[in-house]
Write a protein of this length. Structure first.
Length: 285
């Protein structure tokens, strides 16, 4: 078991409401300059969950499960920063009251938090219903690996990912290795303590060459030469590990989103290829 400072972390409630999808301009422009009308972020998504494909849907930036947001901007910022992947969530109003689930990611730009609920509970959920999260994970550290930074993950989920300690390195199961030149929207952000950044899918041949065309929501992926300690930047030799949290996009510079959970520039993280490395294995009953 990884040695952490989890006993020193503060567990705190944050909440948001099942958020209605929003549309400004009806058309989304694809990589070839063509206009499309497609579903996008927000809402209760009934047929796309973690463990499902992140690719191929007739949609843009699909957020699996239910999207929640707090109507008060500073409170919503806290919701997005404090919510960690794997945190427990509970519906506290409406017909689905009492239903339990888990945080599966936070989506930057729109500042959304995504929550997994069982399909039967999603059917009872209504837009505007309140969901409360037991946030836990902010400040998490690996005591034996001070040069590895940890973000956005519940300590209990981190222990379940099958990470092995060998030769003073963490060997982390991943489904894919993403080269730095494919990382797009979100590069240059000042923090990875919330949100995500996108794997660009404009060059489909490059996506297939790197075996990224089979990505699933919830996959663990290795970001090559990506330093995510204090933001998102290119750094030769750096390694970051992230979770795929939303679906593909038709837009230039966009694609499936990745939320960072581990990052280091010191060569102490290695990826171990495992086609089953997905958080759904640990969160979905």
């Amino acid at each position: 078991m990884l040695k952490t400072n989890s006993e020193k972390l503060v567990q705190m409630s944050v909440s948001g409401k099942a958020h209605h999808p929003e549309v400004g301009y009806p058309y989304k422009i694809d990589r070839e300059g063509k206009a499309h009308v497609l579903p996008a972020t927000g809402g209760i998504v009934y047929n796309v969950q973690i463990g499902d494909s992140a690719m191929g849907w007739e949609s843009d930036h699909t957020e699996p499960g239910v999207t929640i947001k707090n109507e008060n901007p500073p409170a919503n910022m806290a919701l997005n920063i404090y919510s960690c992947i794997g945190n427990s969530a509970k519906v506290i109003s409406g017909e689905a009251k009492g239903a339990k689930g888990y945080v599966t990611g936070t989506h930057g730009g729109v500042e959304h938090v995504m929550v997994y609920l069982k399909p039967d509970d999603l059917d009872l959920l209504a837009l505007g219903d309140q969901i409360q999260i037991k946030s836990f994970g902010i400040g998490l550290k690996l005591l034996d690996y001070p040069k590895i930074s940890v973000f956005n993950i519940d300590p209990a989920l981190l222990q379940k990912l099958g990470i092995q300690e060998k030769n003073n390195k963490l060997h982390v199961p991943v489904t894919s290795v993403v080269p730095a030149h494919l990382m797009g929207s979100g590069v240059g952000a000042p923090t990875v303590a919330r949100g995500d950044y996108d794997i660009m899918t404009t060059d489909q041949e490059e996506i297939k060459r790197n075996n990224l065309d089979k990505m699933k929501m919830g996959d663990l992926v290795l970001l090559q030469d990506c330093d995510n300690r204090y933001g998102r930047a290119y750094q030769k030799g750096a390694v970051s590990i992230g979770v795929v949290i939303h679906g593909d996009s038709i837009k230039m510079g966009h694609g499936p989103g990745v939320a960072t959970i581990l990052t280091s520039i010191s060569g102490d993280i290695e990826g171990v290829m495992d086609p089953n490395a997905n958080i759904a294995a640990h969160l979905v009953d």
